[in-house]
Write a protein that binds this ligand. Structure first.
Ligand code: DC
Length: 211
Protein backbone atom coordinates (compact mmCIF):
# COMPACT_ATOMS: atom_id res chain seq x y z
CA UNK A 1 0.00 0.00 0.00
CA UNK A 2 1.15 3.54 -0.75
CA UNK A 3 0.35 6.47 1.55
CA UNK A 4 0.89 10.00 0.22
CA UNK A 5 1.41 12.84 2.70
CA UNK A 6 1.64 16.34 1.22
CA UNK A 7 1.65 19.81 2.70
CA UNK A 8 3.51 23.11 3.05
CA UNK A 9 6.70 23.80 5.01
CA UNK A 10 6.51 23.12 8.77
CA UNK A 11 2.95 21.80 8.59
CA UNK A 12 3.94 18.67 10.52
CA UNK A 13 3.78 16.34 7.52
CA UNK A 14 7.20 14.80 8.22
CA UNK A 15 6.30 13.98 11.82
CA UNK A 16 2.98 12.51 10.71
CA UNK A 17 4.55 10.48 7.90
CA UNK A 18 7.08 8.96 10.32
CA UNK A 19 4.35 8.13 12.85
CA UNK A 20 2.25 6.51 10.10
CA UNK A 21 5.35 4.54 9.09
CA UNK A 22 5.67 3.15 12.61
CA UNK A 23 1.92 2.45 12.86
CA UNK A 24 1.59 0.59 9.54
CA UNK A 25 5.14 -0.83 9.51
CA UNK A 26 6.07 0.92 6.25
CA UNK A 27 9.29 2.66 5.14
CA UNK A 28 9.10 6.46 4.78
CA UNK A 29 10.76 8.76 2.23
CA UNK A 30 11.02 12.47 3.00
CA UNK A 31 11.13 13.68 -0.62
CA UNK A 32 11.98 17.24 0.45
CA UNK A 33 15.45 15.90 1.30
CA UNK A 34 16.06 15.15 -2.39
CA UNK A 35 15.35 18.77 -3.36
CA UNK A 36 17.38 19.95 -0.37
CA UNK A 37 20.34 17.82 -1.56
CA UNK A 38 20.12 19.51 -4.97
CA UNK A 39 19.95 22.95 -3.32
CA UNK A 40 22.97 22.21 -1.13
CA UNK A 41 24.97 20.83 -4.08
CA UNK A 42 24.27 24.02 -6.09
CA UNK A 43 25.44 26.08 -3.14
CA UNK A 44 28.65 24.04 -2.74
CA UNK A 45 29.54 24.27 -6.43
CA UNK A 46 28.85 28.01 -6.58
CA UNK A 47 25.99 27.55 -9.06
CA UNK A 48 22.83 29.62 -9.39
CA UNK A 49 19.71 27.81 -8.05
CA UNK A 50 17.49 29.86 -10.36
CA UNK A 51 19.48 28.73 -13.40
CA UNK A 52 17.99 25.46 -14.67
CA UNK A 53 21.25 24.00 -16.07
CA UNK A 54 23.10 24.62 -12.77
CA UNK A 55 20.28 23.04 -10.76
CA UNK A 56 20.04 20.03 -13.09
CA UNK A 57 23.82 19.43 -12.88
CA UNK A 58 23.42 19.24 -9.09
CA UNK A 59 20.95 16.32 -9.32
CA UNK A 60 23.78 13.77 -9.43
CA UNK A 61 24.37 14.02 -5.67
CA UNK A 62 25.46 10.89 -3.78
CA UNK A 63 23.04 9.13 -1.38
CA UNK A 64 25.38 9.90 1.54
CA UNK A 65 24.45 13.60 1.17
CA UNK A 66 20.90 12.78 2.32
CA UNK A 67 22.10 12.32 5.90
CA UNK A 68 24.01 15.63 6.13
CA UNK A 69 22.70 17.82 9.00
CA UNK A 70 23.22 20.91 6.80
CA UNK A 71 20.23 19.79 4.71
CA UNK A 72 17.88 20.66 7.58
CA UNK A 73 18.55 24.41 7.67
CA UNK A 74 15.95 26.95 6.59
CA UNK A 75 18.49 28.41 4.13
CA UNK A 76 18.79 25.05 2.35
CA UNK A 77 14.98 24.66 2.47
CA UNK A 78 14.69 27.91 0.58
CA UNK A 79 17.31 26.81 -1.98
CA UNK A 80 15.37 23.54 -2.37
CA UNK A 81 12.21 25.48 -3.11
CA UNK A 82 14.07 27.51 -5.76
CA UNK A 83 15.60 24.51 -7.58
CA UNK A 84 12.28 22.64 -7.40
CA UNK A 85 10.55 24.98 -9.84
CA UNK A 86 12.64 23.60 -12.75
CA UNK A 87 10.85 20.85 -14.67
CA UNK A 88 14.10 19.02 -15.57
CA UNK A 89 15.08 18.87 -11.89
CA UNK A 90 11.69 17.39 -10.97
CA UNK A 91 12.05 14.84 -13.79
CA UNK A 92 15.53 13.86 -12.62
CA UNK A 93 14.16 13.03 -9.15
CA UNK A 94 10.99 11.19 -10.21
CA UNK A 95 12.40 7.68 -10.76
CA UNK A 96 13.96 7.54 -7.30
CA UNK A 97 10.62 8.51 -5.71
CA UNK A 98 8.49 6.13 -7.83
CA UNK A 99 10.90 3.24 -7.19
CA UNK A 100 10.56 3.89 -3.45
CA UNK A 101 6.76 4.16 -3.70
CA UNK A 102 6.35 0.90 -5.62
CA UNK A 103 8.69 -1.27 -3.54
CA UNK A 104 7.18 -4.59 -2.42
CA UNK A 105 5.16 -4.21 0.78
CA UNK A 106 4.37 -0.55 0.23
CA UNK A 107 5.69 2.80 1.35
CA UNK A 108 4.88 6.25 2.68
CA UNK A 109 6.21 9.38 0.95
CA UNK A 110 5.89 12.94 2.14
CA UNK A 111 6.37 16.05 0.03
CA UNK A 112 4.47 18.52 -2.14
CA UNK A 113 3.36 16.50 -5.19
CA UNK A 114 3.14 12.92 -3.95
CA UNK A 115 -0.63 12.52 -4.38
CA UNK A 116 -0.77 14.68 -7.52
CA UNK A 117 2.27 13.52 -9.55
CA UNK A 118 4.46 10.85 -7.93
CA UNK A 119 1.74 8.43 -6.80
CA UNK A 120 -1.69 9.68 -7.96
CA UNK A 121 -3.08 6.15 -7.39
CA UNK A 122 -1.92 6.06 -3.76
CA UNK A 123 -4.18 4.03 -1.46
CA UNK A 124 -4.46 6.90 1.00
CA UNK A 125 -3.79 10.64 0.62
CA UNK A 126 -3.47 13.24 3.36
CA UNK A 127 -2.83 16.96 2.96
CA UNK A 128 -1.37 18.33 6.19
CA UNK A 129 -1.60 22.05 6.82
CA UNK A 130 -1.41 24.66 9.62
CA UNK A 131 -1.65 28.45 9.84
CA UNK A 132 1.42 30.48 8.87
CA UNK A 133 1.68 31.79 12.43
CA UNK A 134 1.66 28.32 13.98
CA UNK A 135 4.22 27.04 11.46
CA UNK A 136 6.52 30.00 12.16
CA UNK A 137 6.10 29.40 15.89
CA UNK A 138 7.22 25.77 15.44
CA UNK A 139 10.30 26.89 13.52
CA UNK A 140 10.97 29.47 16.23
CA UNK A 141 10.87 26.86 19.03
CA UNK A 142 12.96 24.48 16.98
CA UNK A 143 15.66 27.11 16.37
CA UNK A 144 15.66 28.12 20.07
CA UNK A 145 16.10 24.50 21.16
CA UNK A 146 19.12 24.23 18.86
CA UNK A 147 20.74 27.30 20.44
CA UNK A 148 19.74 29.69 17.64
CA UNK A 149 18.48 33.29 17.84
CA UNK A 150 15.43 33.20 15.57
CA UNK A 151 13.51 36.25 14.44
CA UNK A 152 9.76 35.67 14.24
CA UNK A 153 9.12 38.23 11.49
CA UNK A 154 11.75 36.78 9.18
CA UNK A 155 10.49 33.23 9.86
CA UNK A 156 6.96 34.32 8.86
CA UNK A 157 8.32 36.03 5.74
CA UNK A 158 10.38 32.93 4.78
CA UNK A 159 7.39 30.61 5.17
CA UNK A 160 5.12 32.90 3.16
CA UNK A 161 7.72 33.21 0.38
CA UNK A 162 8.14 29.42 0.27
CA UNK A 163 4.35 28.84 0.22
CA UNK A 164 3.94 31.29 -2.64
CA UNK A 165 6.75 29.74 -4.70
CA UNK A 166 5.66 26.12 -4.01
CA UNK A 167 2.00 26.83 -4.80
CA UNK A 168 2.40 29.05 -7.85
CA UNK A 169 5.13 27.25 -9.81
CA UNK A 170 4.24 25.92 -13.27
CA UNK A 171 5.24 22.29 -12.65
CA UNK A 172 3.67 20.13 -9.93
CA UNK A 173 2.52 23.03 -7.72
CA UNK A 174 1.51 22.28 -4.15
CA UNK A 175 -2.23 21.67 -4.02
CA UNK A 176 -4.76 19.37 -2.37
CA UNK A 177 -5.15 16.29 -4.58
CA UNK A 178 -8.52 14.87 -5.54
CA UNK A 179 -9.55 12.41 -2.86
CA UNK A 180 -7.12 13.71 -0.23
CA UNK A 181 -8.25 14.39 3.34
CA UNK A 182 -7.27 17.76 4.79
CA UNK A 183 -5.63 17.65 8.23
CA UNK A 184 -5.18 21.07 9.88
CA UNK A 185 -2.68 20.64 12.72
CA UNK A 186 -2.80 24.30 13.91
CA UNK A 187 -4.57 23.48 17.18
CA UNK A 188 -3.62 19.84 17.60
CA UNK A 189 -0.98 18.17 19.74
CA UNK A 190 1.32 15.80 17.83
CA UNK A 191 -0.49 12.79 19.34
CA UNK A 192 -3.92 14.13 18.34
CA UNK A 193 -2.72 14.91 14.79
CA UNK A 194 -1.27 11.41 14.43
CA UNK A 195 -4.49 9.82 15.70
CA UNK A 196 -6.51 11.84 13.17
CA UNK A 197 -4.11 10.89 10.37
CA UNK A 198 -4.45 7.18 11.23
CA UNK A 199 -8.26 7.51 11.32
CA UNK A 200 -8.20 9.21 7.90
CA UNK A 201 -5.97 6.52 6.36
CA UNK A 202 -8.09 3.71 7.84
CA UNK A 203 -11.29 5.32 6.53
CA UNK A 204 -9.80 5.78 3.03
CA UNK A 205 -8.58 2.18 2.98
CA UNK A 206 -12.01 0.98 4.08
CA UNK A 207 -13.71 3.04 1.35
CA UNK A 208 -11.36 1.54 -1.26
CA UNK A 209 -12.03 -1.97 0.03
CA UNK A 210 -15.77 -1.41 -0.36
CA UNK A 211 -15.08 -0.05 -3.85
O1 DC B 1 9.49 19.49 2.68
P1 DC B 1 10.72 20.38 2.65
O2 DC B 1 10.55 21.66 3.39
O3 DC B 1 11.95 19.66 3.08
O4 DC B 1 10.91 20.76 1.09
C1 DC B 1 11.87 21.68 0.64
C2 DC B 1 11.45 22.21 -0.71
O5 DC B 1 11.58 21.18 -1.69
C3 DC B 1 10.02 22.70 -0.83
O6 DC B 1 9.88 24.07 -0.46
C4 DC B 1 9.68 22.48 -2.28
C5 DC B 1 10.54 21.28 -2.67
N1 DC B 1 9.80 20.03 -2.73
C6 DC B 1 9.07 19.78 -3.88
O7 DC B 1 9.01 20.63 -4.77
N2 DC B 1 8.42 18.59 -4.03
C7 DC B 1 8.46 17.66 -3.07
N3 DC B 1 7.83 16.48 -3.24
C8 DC B 1 9.19 17.90 -1.87
C9 DC B 1 9.83 19.11 -1.72
Amino acid sequence: MIIAVDGPAASGKGTIAKALGRHYGLPVLDTGLLYRAVGLAVLKTGGDPDHEADALAACTFKDAVLTEPALRSEAVGSLASRVSIHQSVRQALIKRQRDFATQPGGAILDGRDIATVIAPDADAKIFVTASVHVRAQRRYQDALSHGGHPDMDSLIADIQARDTRDMSRDHAPLRVADGADLLDTSNLTIDAAVQQAIAMVDAQLERRRKG
